[in-house]
Design a protein around this ligand. Structure first.
Ligand code: IPM
Ligand code: MG
Length: 357
């Protein structure tokens, strides 16, 4: 097959891990006789530095014209001034909206080889396999917001959580369809005891589950309680669906279950058009440029790209198998070993994956 893939390396360790995933995609294309055309564009802090805009129009156009987008990471202390006109993160939020990427899939799977790298007990996390569906283009992130100065000189700022029926329906159906192919359980997380927007989620999801998915086990959990259950009974969850803000927080919490943030990919997809794939970890400015970042999350994001945007299931499986193989061989980057233990750098780890392919 022929495919155009836009690479958005971004900031911090983004360029290093994107290079690794790019190499893996080239290798898999060669092996299977596909023709992948890669186009690199700017997003985030580097785009602010070069063009004064975290998401230049050229980048948007290239992404819209592509089959899939692979992103490294955006942000860093250089662009953290709270008074700045724009921020790297604004570029990420805008590309999600521009491409209509309303569903963010974050698989939380423990690797048997890494069970002891988790800060949590093996007995609790062993067998964890959760697929989060985080709503990505609505809620608190995109509702009316502002900051005004009151007569007494104080400032008053607000952000509003807004959802419509159809925004909830489309992601709930996507999550429920996924649950049908897995362990047939859907958990919906909200704060319906307090928030009106959550009560809409609860009504809409309840109706869909009753009318369209009676074959699935359906559970509702309040977000505060979910924060606790994720640590006490992670293996009891299969597919979890929730709003933008709750999903942002819960998936960072859940990322600690498998041990390292450096292992977790994510996919952002809409109802049509290209999807966007990225590691869950951020730009890690403290280790940027040192060649020690773990490239496996981005390599696994490339596998998700093959599966979800290109329909290349076998290729995706092969990439995931190669990653498991290097872990089984004992290959580790610095984030996966005890301090002071020898480890592989980004390029060497990528080599191992390429060999395992
Ligand atoms: C994420 C990140 C982003 C978000 C930031 C960088 C805007 O935390 O993808 O989870 O909040 O969505
Ligand atoms: Mg986040």
């Amino acid at each position: 097959m022929k495919a155009t893939i836009v690479l958005l390396p971004g900031d911090g360790i983004g360029p290093e891990v994107t290079t690794s995933a790019h190499r893996v995609l080239e290798a898999i294309a060669k092996r299977h006789g596909h023709e992948f055309r890669f186009q690199e564009c700017k997003i985030g802090g580097i785009a602010i530095d070069m063009f004064g805009d975290p998401l230049p129009a050229d980048t948007i156009a290239a992404c819209k014209g592509s089959d899939a987008v692979l992103l490294g990471a955006v942000g860093g202390p250089k662009w953290d001034d709270p008074n700045a006109k724009t921020r790297p993160e604004a570029g990420l939020l805008k590309i999600r909206k521009e491409l209509g990427l309303f569903a963010n899939l974050r698989p939380i799977v423990t690797f048997p080889e890494l069970l002891d790298s988790s800060p949590l007990k093996r007995s609790i996390i062993e067998g964890t396999d959760i697929l989060f569906f985080r709503e990505l283009t609505g809620g608190l992130y995109f509702g009316p917001s502002g900051c005004e100065t009151l007569e007494d000189g104080q400032q008053r700022a607000y952000s509003t959580a807004v959802y419509t029926t159809s925004e909830v329906e489309r992601i709930v159906r996507m999550a429920a369809d996924a649950a049908r192919t897995r362990r047939k359980k859907l958990t919906m997380v909200d704060k319906a005891n307090v928030l009106e927007a959550s009560r809409l989620w609860r009504r809409v999801t309840g109706k869909i589950m009753q009318e369209e998915y009676p074959d699935l086990q359906y559970e509702v959990v309040l977000v505060d309680s979910m924060a606790m259950h994720l640590l006490s009974r992670p293996t009891s969850f299969d597919v979890v669906v929730t709003s933008n803000m709750f999903g942002d927080i819960l998936t960072d919490e859940a990322s600690m279950l498998p041990g390292s943030l450096g292992m977790l990919p994510s996919a952002s997809i809409g109802s049509s058009g290209p999807g966007l794939y990225e590691p869950i970890h951020g730009s890690a400015p403290d280790i940027a440029g040192k060649g020690i970042a773990n490239p496996l999350a981005t390599i696994l994001a490339a596998a998700m790209l093959c599966r979800h945007s290109l329909g290349l299931h076998q290729e995706a499986d092969e990439i995931e198998r190669a990653v498991r193989k290097v872990l089984a061989q004992g290959d580790r980057t610095a984030d996966l070993v005890a301090k002071g233990t020898a480890s592989l750098g980004t390029a060497a780890m990528t080599e191992r994956v390429l060999e395992a392919l």
